[in-house]
Design a protein around this ligand. Sequence first.
Ligand code: 4NP
Length: 149
Amino acid sequence: MKTKVLMVCLGNICRSPLAQGILQSKVDADKVTVDSCGTAGYHVGKRPDPRSIEVAKKHGLDITEQRCRQLSVNDFDDYDLIFAMDKSNYADILAKTRNTEHAAKVKLLLNEISIETDEVPDPYYGGEGGFEYVFQLIDKACEAISKKL
Ligand code: 4NP
């Protein structure tokens, strides 16, 4: 059976689309399914932010086919692993869980690696450097996750 992984941030246009694209590029699609969503619904139906598209492209990844969607309670049944980009996302996701089995699926992405920070910062209001830094953090975590899947 396939392992289903869900990457979650606030808007689903900056960080989690990168996390989806990066992890997808590191795993066997026959064994692992990766999707992403946001805790908020501000940008539902939209493509990823052009700055995320650009930094992904710089690293050889095309994330332009992705479309924003909001986290649904059904996701807790549908996915095996749910990764939050920051602690605020983590708390918002946990608040939607209905039982301990669902809550146990929710993890902070950067807890998968030993690094100076445990949050992927929100780059939405920042500059280009922010997106490259975010890419690098997510890439390291996804490398570790891909080895465990
Ligand atoms: P993301 O970034 O959570 O990494 O997708 C954001 C995108 C949009 C907004 C906030 C964060 N917003 O407020 O619209």
